[in-house]
Design a protein around this ligand. Sequence first.
Ligand SMILES: [Zn+2]
Length: 134
Amino acid sequence: MRTQRQVVDYALQRRALLAEVYSGRVGTMEVCDADPYLLRAAKFHGQPSNVTCPVCRKETLTHVSWVYGDELKHAAGSARTVEELARMATLFEEFSVYVVEVCRTCSWNHLVQSYVLGTRGLRSGKPRRRTAAE
Ligand SMILES: [Zn+2]
């Protein structure tokens, strides 16, 4: 998305936690604890990924994007589809997105990435090349 900025990747933390799980120092019960709210969000607002669940290896993970920010009012803390995020990025100046991966089979869940979206990103930062679609 054009206004995406302040991207933080949580791959290192994820790898460290999985190493603990594989070694048995952390039980799968502790990490496969997605609550019903997250599982429901995955079902209705999730984006399928091509990453196989690192714990049960039975299915591919679903990414759920949660939005936060004062501007969002009642929408803050809700899960949004990619299409909704694209629309919101044109309506609000600035809000944060937290992408969580979740396995709908074993309930493994972990933060994947966070970033900021919104029209404020259009004024600052590097100029970007426009595509025909824009
Ligand atoms: Zn799983």
